[in-house]
Design a protein. Structure first.
Length: 399
């Protein structure tokens, strides 16, 4: 059994201990101490890192018989050793975990939405709420209430007791475990069973920002940041907004309005371009039809054409209009993009998908399609003229 010093003091940065065992495991070593301030991964909170003597501790986990396993890239000699916690990482975890307790308690106080899981990530942290709906008004009110508690700088204390004793004291989440349990208590606000590392006062959390929410099956996931992470995120958001305002030539408050107008203008322009493309495709298809005579006894027109600057979508639009006529086979190529479209009128004798696959195997490319309509593209644009020659040969053979 390892004595867990962080149970009583989360601010312990250095400590003295004794190495009980050090055994190899693959390319690393498993170190067990008689006492430790290193927190092992548990309850949604990641492990601490740091050093034992001069050896780095890269992972910490719970082991059998209540032992804490410290993983190191090199052995640590048995006997006395001094441990050192990576304080930057520890403080960040304390801020996020304490922030989670406050946010979860706020959701319960305001809306009776319990937290069913918690995860402390490398950039943001999340809680999953059991709730019918978590909307913008829920997030705003819970965020505000959490920051009220932070600014009031309330005392955070550790208390121990059995499940029954903690239940009588009014813990937020009931547990069914035997023996003495540990709970984190926020003065006159929250009391929650927890084995993690926490701040001593709420003010040390700095601030909490809710980032977003999404539906997750039977729960709602809420992303948040706290402490120095919140400061970094707020600075990043402000920098992004400043850049956007500079590009748009407006003040920060006007960015949403200006962007909305740009989006609306772009939508209108896109619709206008689509209309023009439709008209142009109609004109171009009519010109191709007029220029091509029936080349088979039953009146089928084989149209082989290269459209110099056609996009894939425009090429498909022209092909579709050609195929809408009766007894037409259209083999179209875009010289600038290498796109290829084959289409035929409904009920045609050829299989455009099979023809497309055969051509692409010969000339190199990717694509496919159905019996009446197929699309693809050449990977080597310098072979377009050779492709056109092959398509013209195919058209003549079908005459």
């Amino acid at each position: 059994m390892t004595e867990r010093l962080y149970y009583h003091n989360s601010y312990l940065r250095e400590f003295d201990a004794r190495v009980i065992s050090c055994e190899p495991e693959g390319d690393r070593w498993k170190v067990v101490l008689d006492r430790t301030a290193f927190y092992p991964t548990s309850g949604g909170q990641p492990h601490d890192t740091g050093k034992l003597g001069d050896v780095a501790i890269i992972e910490v986990a719970d082991g059998e018989d209540h032992k804490v396993i410290h993983y190191a890239p090199a052995p640590v000699a048995p006997g006395p050793v001094r441990g050192q916690i990576d304080w930057t990482r520890r403080l960040d975890h304390m801020q996020q975990h304490t922030g989670q307790h406050l946010l979860s308690a706020a959701f319960v106080e305001l809306f009776q939405f319990p937290t069913v899981s918690f995860h402390l990530g490398t950039e943001t942290s999340t809680i999953d709420l059991q709730a019918p709906l978590v909307g913008a008004q829920h997030l705003e009110r819970a965020e505000k209430r959490t920051n009220e508690i932070i600014l009031e700088d309330r005392v955070i204390s550790i208390r121990f007791g059995t499940a029954e004793e903690l239940a009588k004291a009014g813990i937020r989440k009931q547990v069914e475990r035997e023996g003495v349990l540990r709970a984190i208590e926020v003065e006159s606000f929250d009391r929650q069973p927890c084995g993690g590392t926490h701040l001593a006062r709420t003010g040390q959390a700095g601030m909490l920002l809710v980032r977003r929410t999404e539906r997750r099956r039977e729960s709602w996931r809420v992303d948040f940041v706290c402490g120095y992470r919140a400061l970094s995120v707020a600075r990043g958001d402000h920098t992004t907004l400043e850049k956007a305002a500079g590009l748009l030539g407006c003040g920060l408050p006007e960015v949403p309005t200006v962007l909305a107008k740009i989006v609306e203008d772009r939508r209108a322009q896109h619709a206008a371009v689509k209309r023009l493309e439709e008209q142009l495709a109609e004109h171009e298809s009519r010109a191709l039809l007029s220029a091509t005579k029936a080349s088979t006894p039953d009146g089928v027109r084989n149209i082989v054409a290269v459209l110099d600057s056609a996009s894939a979508s425009y090429l498909g639009l022209v092909a579709a209009k050609l195929a809408a006529e009766s007894k037409v086979i259209a083999l179209l190529v875009s010289r600038s993009t290498g796109n290829v479209v084959f289409a035929q009128s409904a009920g045609g004798d050829r299989d455009m998908g099979v023809l497309m696959r055969r051509i692409l195997e010969e000339f190199g490319g990717k694509g496919g399609g159905s019996r009446d309509f197929a699309q693809g593209s050449l990977l080597q644009l310098h072979r377009i003229d050779a492709l056109l020659s092959a398509l013209q040969t195919i058209a003549r053979l079908s005459d």
